[in-house]
Design a protein around this ligand. Structure first.
Ligand code: GLU
Length: 356
C-alpha cells in the first residue's frame, strides 16, 4: 500500500516536471548569433595586458563564456567573418544583410544577435537599420576588453543582447546596439571613447533604454524610417556605389576632391566645420564635381552633436548639395551609398536625409 502510494507520487512528480520542461521549451525562442570578429572575439597575451589580436577566437569558443544564454533562448551560431572591424567592408555588409533577411523570413527565427568590433559598429548598425526587411529584433554587440581580460565585458554584453533579442518589447524598434547595460539606436550611434566600456552613446537623441536584471526597459522610440519601412533593398545587389568622406579644417584645399573625381567616386560626404561649413576652395571644387561629373555631395559636420542644417551659411540649392541633418559623416556615407542605388537627384537625396 505504502509502496504503491510512493510510486504514484513519483509518477505525478515526473509528469509535472516533464510538462513544465515542455512549457519552458515552447516559450524559448530561437536566436541566431552571427559572428564577425572584433575585440569581443579577441585574445590578449595575458589577462592584464592591453594589447591583443581582434577576431582571434571562433563564435563557439566565445559563447562558452556565457552558457546562461541557453536558459533564455535556443541559440544557433554562424561565423560570417572574423575580422577587426577597421577592415569591415561592402562585401561583408552585403553578405550580413542578406543572411539576416534570409533568417528573419523564417517563422521559427525570433531575432538576431551580431557580434562585431566596436571601431565601425555604428556604420554596420546603420547599414542594417536601412536594409533589413523585418520588424524582428536585430542587435549588434561588441566589447571593449578582449575575452581573455580580467572583467571582460563581452559575456555580459552578449547575455544582455540575447535577453533584448527575445523580448517582445524589442520588436519594431530598428537595429540596436546593446553594450554596457545600455540599449542604443542605430539612428544616432557614436563611439565616443577609444577605451572605455561605456563608449557607445546616442549623443543627439539619448539611448533607447537600458537592460536591467536581464530585461530591456525602453525609454524612447525612434521617429526615423528604418527596417521594414525603409525604401532601400540590397538583396539583389553585389556591389555598392563608392562614396568617400572629405574633412574640412583651416586651409583645407581641393586636393582630395580632385583625387575623388579622378577615382570616379559616385558620392562625397563632407565632414565640415561647425554647421557643416567648408573652405571656399573645397566648396568651389565640390560645386564643380556636382556640375561637371554628376557626383552627389552631402554636407555633414565633424562636430558630434547638432544638425548640419539646410538654409544656413551654404547655399545648398545653388550648388546641388544636400545637408545631412542629424546624420554624422559615417552614417551619411552609408545613407548616401544606399541613396545612390536609387537616384542621384539631390532633391530626392535631401528628402532621404530628412527622413532617415
Ligand atoms: N579594432 C577592433 C575592431 O573594431 C577592436 C576594437 C573593438 O572591437 O573594440 O574590431
Amino acid at each position: 500500500m505504502k509502496s504503491s502510494f510512493s510510486y504514484k507520487f513519483l509518477w505525478v512528480l515526473a509528469t509535472i516536471m516533464l510538462v513544465s520542461l515542455g512549457i519552458n521549451a515552447q516559450q524559448k525562442k530561437t536566436i541566431y548569433i552571427l559572428a564577425t570578429g572584433g575585440t569581443i572575439a579577441g585574445q590578449g597575451a595575458t589577462e592584464v595586458t592591453a594589447g591583443y589580436k581582434a577576431g582571434a577566437i571562433s563564435v563557439n569558443e566565445l559563447l562558452k563564456a556565457v552558457p546562461e544564454i541557453k536558459d533564455i533562448a535556443f541559440i544557433k551560431a554562424e561565423q560570417v567573418a572574423n575580422i577587426g572591424s577597421q577592415d569591415m567592408n561592402d562585401d561583408v555588409w552585403l553578405k550580413l544583410s542578406k543572411r539576416v533577411n534570409e533568417l528573419l523570413s523564417q517563422s521559427d527565427v525570433a531575432g538576431i544577435v551580431i557580434t562585431h568590433g566596436t571601431d565601425t559598429q555604428e556604420e554596420t548598425a546603420y547599414f542594417l537599420n536601412l536594409t533589413v526587411k523585418s520588424e524582428k529584433p536585430v542587435i549588434l554587440v561588441g566589447s571593449m576588453r578582449p575575452s581573455t581580460a580580467i572583467s571582460a565585458d563581452g559575456p555580459r554584453n552578449i547575455y544582455n543582447a540575447v535577453a533584448t533579442a527575445v523580448a517582445t518589447e524589442s520588436i519594431g524598434r530598428g537595429v540596436m546596439v546593446v553594450m554596457d547595460d545600455k540599449i542604443l539606436g542605430a539612428d544616432d550611434l557614436a563611439k565616443t571613447n577609444t577605451l572605455s566600456v561605456g563608449t557607445f552613446q546616442n549623443p543627439n537623441y539619448g539611448p533607447l533604454g537600458i537592460v536591467y536584471n536581464g530585461k530591456p526597459i525602453f525609454t524612447r522610440q525612434t521617429l526615423k524610417r528604418h527596417t521594414s519601412n525603409s525604401e532601400f533593398d540590397v538583396r539583389a545587389l553585389d556591389k555598392l556605389p563608392r562614396v568617400e568622406i572629405i574633412l574640412s579644417y583651416s586651409n583645407a584645399t581641393d586636393l582630395f576632391v580632385d583625387a575623388a573625381v579622378k577615382a570616379h567616386v559616385k558620392g562625397i560626404v563632407t565632414a565640415g566645420v561647425g554647421n557643416g561649413n567648408i573652405t571656399t576652395a573645397l566648396q568651389d571644387a565640390l560645386a564643380k564635381a556636382v556640375k561637371n561629373h554628376g557626383i552627389a555631395v552631402v554636407r555633414s559636420s565633424r562636430i558630434m552633436t547638432g544638425p548640419t542644417a539646410q538654409w544656413d551659411e551654404v547655399a545648398d540649392d545653388q550648388y546641388g548639395f544636400a545637408a545631412s541633418w542629424f546624420n554624422n559623416p559615417y552614417r551619411s556615407r552609408v545613407l548616401l551609398m544606399l541613396a545612390l542605388t536609387k537616384t542621384n537627384d539631390y532633391k530626392q537625396i535631401q528628402r532621404m536625409f530628412s527622413e532617415y
